[in-house]
Design a protein around this ligand. Structure first.
Ligand code: MRU
Length: 364
């Protein structure tokens, strides 16, 4: 996607061919900062503190983290240590473990002197695959927006609600939930996005709004609590979110608050779609609520907020009474029964084991 007329992906290699460049998402929307990462420890830190985040980008970053480790030393011990270090960073997005498994399968059989080149090549392929998957997710979901547009009076927009950032910044390119939105906008369909602020880290307000704005897509940021009211008033035609891990039965883990939006959508007859790249499916799990590990993050993400003051300085302030403890579960699980459809790179599946297996018969 373009940032001030310059095309960017969210992760790429520097001109030297080995350092890995990322956009530091903790600095957005106030500053656009590109960082050069030189070793696996720096990549692990970037994933943990969410300089890079979003399930598909976590997968791509993990792959490049392994490549950086191989560049330092391509030994068996260093490969195992890199997998261990990266594997501990974030527990919910299954793309991290998918990418580690993929890189291990690719590198472990090779002689150490072949591993550096193979690791960078495979990481670059994972990035290209992610981009293509997301483009196709957009193609499959575009008719949903087109159908909603046909019911509109002249001058009215299709109103899509999204939660968190399942946009370009959460992937290598396109985004998952935003891919059909960008494709609809580019095709001349009038589309407007209700952007959930997404407390506590505000990925909607800070990231989704920023990237939609840079692409010229009309949008409005709302407090997380506003979605139900807007649905009751007929102001939302459909919801599209991303996911960090979806079970083989169609239960969806995504950013905390997604479940409440799905409940409100169900109660109001608003279609609730989840954009699901296949590396985000955890084929080993059947019961999302019981089995998906939910990341617990620092209290400070709830008790503090960061923003820009009138004089342009970026500052962090405390918003909770001194002494009050806070809890910070980062994801929740939306049961399959509340999901209208799972939009994959192979088409739209019913959120069920049979629905997913119809599109992925090799998993039977
Ligand atoms: O904690 P984050 O910002 O990594 O959470 C991101 C989400 O919940 C996204 O919706 C999900 O990763 C899908 S991204 C295409």
């Amino acid at each position: 996607m373009n940032v001030d007329q310059t095309p960017y992906r969210t992760i790429w290699t520097a001109d030297d061919g080995w350092r890995v460049r990322i956009i530091d998402q903790t600095r957005l929307p106030h500053e656009f900062v590109v960082l050069d990462l030189e070793n696996v420890e720096q990549m692990a830190e970037a994933i943990q503190v969410m300089r890079v985040r979003g399930a598909p980008l976590i997968g791509a970053s993990t792959a490049y983290g392994v490549a950086l480790a191989m560049n330092v030393s391509p030994s068996d011990e260093n490969l195992a240590a890199a997998i261990e270090t990266l594997g501990r960073t974030r527990p919910t997005a299954v793309n991290l473990h998918w990418a580690l498994g993929d890189m291990k399968d690719c590198l472990a059989p090779l002689a150490p002197d072949q591993r550096v080149e193979a690791a960078y090549r495979r990481a670059a392929e994972i990035c290209d695959e992610d981009t293509e998957i997301n483009r196709r997710i957009g193609e499959y979901a575009l008719p949903l927006i087109e159908a909603a547009a046909r019911d509109k009076k002249p001058g009215e927009s299709v109103n899509v609600l999204t939660h968190c950032n399942a946009g370009w910044l959460a992937t290598v390119d396109w985004g998952t939930a935003t891919s059909p939105i960008y494709q609809a906008h580019d095709a001349g369909i009038s589309v407007h996005v209700w952007v959930d602020e997404t407390r506590p880290r505000n990925q909607g307000a800070s990231l989704t709004a920023w990237e939609l704005g840079h692409h010229g897509v009309p949008h409005t940021v709302i407090a997380d609590n506003a979605g139900g009211h807007l649905m009751q008033k007929g102001e939302i035609d459909l919801c599209i979110t991303g996911t960090d891990r979806t079970t083989a039965t169609g239960d969806v883990a995504n950013k905390i608050g997604t479940y409440l939006k799905a409940l409100a959508a169900h109660d109001n007859g608003v279609p609730f779609y989840v954009a699901l790249p296949s590396p985000t499916i955890d084929w080993t799990l059947r019961d999302g609520i019981a089995e998906i590990p939910i990341e617990e993050r620092a209290e400070s993400e709830v008790t503090e907020m960061t923003g820009r003051t009138a004089d342009g300085a970026v500052e962090t302030i405390r918003i909770v009474a001194d002494g009050s403890p806070a809890a910070n579960p980062a994801f929740d699980v939306t049961p399959a029964r509340l999901v209208t459809g799972l939009v994959t790179e192979r088409g739209i599946a019913e959120a069920s084991r049979e629905g997913l297996l119809e599109l992925f018969p090799e998993r039977r």
